[in-house]
Ligand binder design. Structure first.
Ligand code: ADP
Length: 477
């Protein structure tokens, strides 16, 4: 068994704000069949502690970043789950009202650098000393929240034995902190320079991870190469180019136990569309496709562009059902659109059950992201036969087969891609979508292809397992 500690700030089914949680929650199960004993280390947010089934105490610390802390051990999932979860219980850091990163007013917690440095530091201690009788061979660090772990591990003198993998789920979040916090973060001052964790005169937890870990990965091959460019690297492209040889892109899969369509055949899908239209008060006699969006409403996701391009869909009898939350301006703009236009339904908020019903009842899922490391909703769309219409970027480029003339002629298309990310290109793509939708034979073929697409973890889990094995070998004396 290869022993891996997966260090992350979110994990399904305990706490989720985005795709990171789905991935962290799915990996242990997907990797178990490959002989990997992956355990997750998660912060003990109040919402997480409340959900633990029969936790036991696995480690205790008298003072961790200003207060006492413990590591609790519990099954990941329900009491019957074989996967092990470690939770860092540190009330002074994590027992608060609000979200994982933000207070109830939507402001970042001011001590976020210390909160996640504490998580990273405990990960490094577990790496160096083990926990109870378990000694991980690899720390798999996800995003900036785990970014300091490889550096702390070095400081503990254990980086020669324990290997580290830093995975970028989204390079937009860089874990910046003022250099005045180097002391409270327990960082070695010798690392504060251009080739260390210094970034624009500040400290970056993500950059620390990128510089000090043994291997790097991200969540799709296309994003792996995009990250090395000025356009997508967000200032870290130079760092990544230097480490090109150590970087791989491994696609995310989806947890098929959680995301299984409530139908076996394409014909049955109509029933779910009718139910969804009824639920959302959308007219049931419009001839065009019912397009759905399930998304954070942020600049990244390109929904401002969708707003501009929407007439191309609505004027041709198409409909839009959007579920999301985020940017208040966008929330309001979509709500106003829904009030004015009978073909638009908008639900602001976070609702996993509604997300499932949208996926089951929609004809197409729209993902017009400006950048998208992997993207999960297009994968759910494929599995549900809800054809993805996506921007040609990152994981969206790697997972959807475009209904180009060539894709259609070869009979393998699973969705539509557009480029560049502009309102005009999206409007044209929506018109193509409508034309395809009217051609029942082609549409059915595409649905069949989509539902047969390989979106499970099978392939990617094998790739992680092989990578871990190489990493373990590289540390053997
Ligand atoms: P990101 O991680 O950038 O937000 P992904 O596509 O990788 O984007 O993952 C988003 C995940 O969050 C998906 O599982 C999606 O279904 C879910 N999601 C996003 N917004 C909502 C929402 N408002 N309600 C329910 N689920 C949502």
């Amino acid at each position: 068994m290869t022993r891996v500690l997966s260090v992350a700030s979110e994990c399904v089914p305990l706490i989720k704000t985005g795709g990171l949680a789905d991935v962290v929650g799915a990996l242990p199960g997907a990797l178990a069949v490959h002989g990997v004993d992956m355990r997750v280390l998660l912060p003990g947010y109040r919402q997480v502690i409340d959900k633990l089934a029969a936790p036991t105490v696995a480690a205790e610390y008298g003072d961790l970043f200003g207060g006492p802390a413990r590591v609790l051990k519990a099954p990941l999932g329900d009491a019957k789950s074989k996967q092990v979860l470690y939770v860092l219980e540190a009330p002074h850091l994590f027992d608060r009202d609000g979200g994982p990163y933000m207070d109830p007013k939507g402001n970042d917690w001011r001590d976020n650098p210390e909160r996640f440095a504490a998580l990273s530091s405990v990960a490094a201690m577990i790496g160096a000393d083990g926990i109870e009788d378990w000694h991980p061979q690899i720390l798999h660090c996800h995003d900036w929240q785990a970014g300091f772990a490889p550096l702390y591990l070095r400081e503990l003198g254990a980086a020669g034995r324990v290997s580290t993998l830093m995975t970028i789920h989204n390079i937009a979040f860089q874990g910046m902190a003022s250099a005045s916090r180097i002391g409270t973060l327990g960082l070695p001052r010798t690392g504060f320079h251009q080739r260390g964790y210094e970034f624009w005169d500040s400290v970056s937890a993500l950059k620390a991870g990128l510089v000090y870990s043994d291997k790097l990965s991200t969540v799709s091959p296309t994003y792996a190469s995009e990250l090395m460019t000025k356009e997508f690297g967000m200032g870290l492209d130079g760092v990544l180019r230097e480490r090109q040889e150590d970087m791989v892109g491994i696609l995310n899969g989806i947890d098929e136990a959680l995301w299984t369509p409530p139908y076996k055949t394409i014909a049955e899908k109509a029933k779910h569309k009718a139910a969804l239209r009824k639920e959302l008060d959308l007219p049931d006699d419009w001839p065009g496709p019912l397009c759905v969006v399930i998304s954070r409403l942020t600049e990244q996701k390109g929904l401002d562009i969708l707003m501009q391009a929407l007439p191309a869909l609505l004027d041709r009898g198409g409909q839009l059902a959007l579920l999301g939350s985020g940017n208040p301006g966008l929330e309001e703009a979509f709500q106003r659109k829904a009030q004015k236009h009978p073909g638009v339904a908008v639900r602001i908020g976070y609702d996993e059950d509604l997300a499932q019903r949208l996926m089951a009842g929609g004809d197409a899922i729209l993902v017009p992201s400006r950048f998208e490391p992997c993207g999960l909703t297009q994968l759910y769309g494929l599995r549900y036969g809800t054809l993805p219409l996506v921007a040609l970027t990152g994981g969206l480029a790697d997972t959807v087969i475009n209904a180009s003339p060539a894709g259609l002629a070869a009979g393998c298309a699973t969705g539509l891609q557009f480029h560049p990310v502009s309102a005009q290109a999206l409007a044209q793509a929506m018109m193509r979508l409508i034309t395809l939708y009217q051609d029942k034979e082609t549409w059915t073929r595409m649905m069949t292809n989509a539902m047969a697409s390989p979106v499970s973890w099978t392939h990617s889990a094998a790739k992680y397992a092989a990578l871990y094995q190489d990493m373990v070998k590289a540390k053997q004396p």
